[in-house]
Ligand binder design. Structure first.
Ligand SMILES: [Zn+2]
Length: 203
């Protein structure tokens, strides 16, 4: 009995709650990089991942009630992934089917990016997540999501412990390009004359 109780307590200790990180319309503003990194680290620690650990994106998605699916509707589309609110405080993450060698790593990166978008939604138990605004400048939101994804997958605090992009790519299970971007710390999204452009090239 005592043993069973200990097991139960250990299970409760690791089963954390999804962090309440509602940003509202702030998601469409210039949030400081340090704050974005802090939010990503909070999600990381909520799922009991250390800063030098490769994350299990599916356990993070499960805790946050995100359901990833490859969607045939996105096949041959210019959209790589979409976040869709579902009943009962859940989301679907629709992903473009991918059969390349890097498919698993691209899936991890896109899921991290879409999870970041969820912080612009109000989430209540039993209800469909809702957004109460449409940002005038989606550039900032995309920048937020890209920074969040990079930090969640490759925390900047861990980078000095690795020799090169190759090692980071292997250890954290990310594409070489993302590993290089993590080392350079360069912006992930660029402003252009007609909007914005992602630095990550998934084509
Ligand atoms: Zn996005």
């Amino acid at each position: 009995m005592f043993f069973k109780l200990c097991l139960l307590m250990a299970a409760l200790k690791t089963m954390e709650k999804w962090p309440n990180l509602y940003l509202g319309s702030r998601i469409n503003t210039d949030i400081k990089k340090a704050e974005i990194c802090k939010l990503a680290n909070k999600v990381r620690s909520t799922t009991a991942h250390g800063l030098e650990e490769k994350i299990d994106i599916d356990s993070i998605a499960k805790l946050g009630r995100f359901r990833p699916v490859y969607s045939r509707y996105l096949k041959n589309s210019t959209i790589w992934a979409l976040l869709i609110g579902l009943d009962n405080d859940a989301f679907q993450i629709a992903l473009q089917p991918n059969k390349t060698e890097e498919a698993g790593q691209i899936r991890r990166y896109l899921m991290a990016h879409e999870i970041a978008h969820s912080f612009g939604y109000v989430r209540r138990q039993g209800e469909r997540p809702r957004r109460f605004f449409n940002g005038p400048n989606i550039f900032w939101e995309e920048r937020f999501c890209e920074e969040f994804a990079r930090q969640l997958l490759v925390p900047r605090e861990a980078i000095p412990n690795f020799k090169n992009a190759e090692e980071i790519s292997r250890h954290f299970d990310v594409t070489r390009q993302l590993a290089r971007l993590a080392i350079s710390a360069k912006p992930m999204v660029k402003q252009t004359s007609n909007g914005y452009e992602y630095v990550m090239d998934l084509s």
